[in-house]
Each structure stands twice: as C-alpha cells, then as structure tokens.
Design a protein around this ligand. Structure first.
Ligand code: NAD
Ligand code: ZN
Length: 260
C-alpha cells in the first residue's frame, strides 16, 4: 500500500475544518470498499455477454424486460448484502459537528442513506426503488419480490422498472439544479471516487470552482477532476475520508473579531 501524502492530507483537513457548509460529491469509488463493483466490473461473469445498451437503456428494457429485471435484482441483492464503509460513515458522522453536510451522489446503491446521511441528492436514482415505466409514479410496496419478471404497474398495467437514470435519460427533475446551487454556495466541496467522465454530473465541481470555493479530490487514481482540484489526495475512500473530515465543531470566531 503506498504512503498517503501528509502535506495533501493536512491541506485537505484544514480546508474542511474551516468550512461550515460542505458538499460531498461521490461516485462508484466510495462504495468500492463495501464490495459494490463499479458498473464495468459488474458486467462480468454471466453478464459478460451483455452490453450496457441492453441492460441500462429504456430501449433495452422494452426489448427484454425480464433480462434487465434480473440484472438489477442481482445488483440489488449485492447491495442489500453490503454494508456502508468507514467513508460513508464518516460523511454521515460529520453532521454531528454542526456543519451543513449535503451528499450529492452518482451512486444508486443507497449506502449513504444507510450510513445515516440525512440529506442525499441521488443524481442517478436508486436501485432500491422502482417506478412505472410510463410515469404513473413509484412502485407499490412488495414490488421487489419477483426477481425474474417486473411486476405490472397497479395503475396502468405496464411493467415496473428500476428507478435509476439510464443512458440517454434526463436526471430526476430538479436534482441537478439543486446540486449545482449547493456546490456554488458551499464553503468547500469534497469529491470522492468519481472518474469525472459521466456528464452532466462531472460538471458539478466547476460550479464550486467558479465561486472560488476549494475542491478536495480523493481517489487512488488520476481523474478528470484533478486539474480543477485545490488539493488531490491519492488514496482509497476508506483510508482518506475519515481522516480528513472534521469531527469537532468549528472554532468560534476569535475574540474581538469585528461583527459582520
Ligand atoms: P466512476 O466513473 O464514478 O469512477 C470510479 C472512480 O472510483 C475511479 O476514478 C476510480 O479510480 C475510483 N475508485 C476506485 N476504487 C476506489 C476506492 N477504494 N476509493 C476511492 N475511489 C476509488 O464509476 P463508474 O463505475 O465508471 O460509474 C459510471 C456510472 O455508474 C456512475 O454514475 C456511477 O456512479 C454509476 N455506478 C454506481 C454504482 C453504485 O451505486 N455503487 C456502481 C457502479 C456504477
Ligand atoms: Zn403505470
């Protein structure tokens, strides 16, 4: 295991300690150490014959609903068996310091909520929810019981589908706009485990940069977002995130400081 860069860690810690409002922007990497494979890794084994066009588009679902339903049922099972890791937990625990912590995630695994984060913007939806293919609304309770075939929507009879954003689809209404506003208003943005390749999500850190807010990037590998980062910490989410997020309340303003 390579050494973490102490100067980068110290800078990240100081930037986050001085922030009242922190936006934590995450990708598949934050869940890697919970054993949730990235999209590419998940397309292994019996799924290796299938391409994302067949498994993660509306056209693919309409062509073979049972196939797509089975793929998501398997991913849902993996997620249910997984646990939030120390990075998810540290992000949730930082709320206890009195700071406003908002999570904006590209992940569909629900692990931030399970770790206890109270405000999570799920840009790409969630595999632990389903909805009507024609837009009637959310699936009724018990929809997940059949792992082989999508149950029909109780209102219109068309198959239910996973409540995730497939390739070529719009993000949930208002989610991106809210995330962009939060990024622009935050005192600091912490980016964890995203390659920065999936748009429009990958453009969010720019909203912080445009307002001259510091951006801290945590990833074991180089990413597209490194070039806009104030500081890049190379290391895994579990090794780095718990050691840079504040665990105590912000220091009160120095005595005698002028009131704003
Ligand atoms: P991605 O594009 O978000 O890239 C993954 C990043 O995580 C890479 O930069 C990689 O270096 C980094 N990483 C790997 N291990 C890490 C670790 N232990 N700690 C921190 N960072 C680590 O992910 P993708 O898999 O290419 O995803 C494409 C799309 O599918 C995105 O929307 C993604 O969020 C979604 N997806 C979600 C999940 C999930 O919900 N867990 C899983 C797979 C894919
Ligand atoms: Zn319906």
């Amino acid at each position: 295991m390579s050494e973490l860069d102490p100067a980068a860690l110290a800078q990240a810690r100081a930037l986050l300690a001085g922030a009242d409002r922190i936006v934590v922007f995450t990708g598949a990497g934050v869940s890697a150490e919970s054993g949730i494979p990235t999209f590419r890794d998940a397309l292994a084994g019996m799924w290796a014959r299938f391409d994302p066009e067949r498994l993660a588009t509306e056209a693919g679902f309409r062509a073979d609903p049972a196939l797509v339903w089975r793929w998501y049922a398997e991913r849902r099972e993996r997620v249910a068996a997984a646990q939030p890791n120390a990075a998810h937990r540290a992000i949730a625990a930082a709320e206890a310091t009195g700071r406003t912590i908002t999570v904006v995630t590209q992940n569909v695994d629900g692990l931030h909520r399970r770790a206890g984060s109270s405000d999570v913007v799920e840009l790409h939806g969630s595999i632990v929810r389903a909805k009507c293919l024609e837009g009637c609304g959310p699936a009724p309770a018990g929809w997940e019981h059949d792992a082989r075939l999508p149950p029909p929507c109780p209102r219109c009879g068309v198959p239910l589908r996973p409540d995730v954003v497939w390739f070529g689809e719009m993000l949930p209404p208002g989610a991106f706009e809210r995330a962009e506003r939060l990024a622009a208003e935050a005192d600091a943005m912490l980016v964890v485990g995203t390659s920065g390749l999936v748009q429009p999500a990958a453009s969010l850190p720019w909203a912080a940069v445009r307002q001259h807010r510091p951006v801290i990037v945590v990833d074991p590998n180089p990413t597209e977002l490194d070039r806009l980062a104030t500081v890049t910490v190379r290391g895994s989410a579990v090794r780095v995130v718990p050691s840079i997020l504040p665990t105590t309340r912000p220091a009160p303003p120095a005595r005698g400081a002028a009131a704003p």
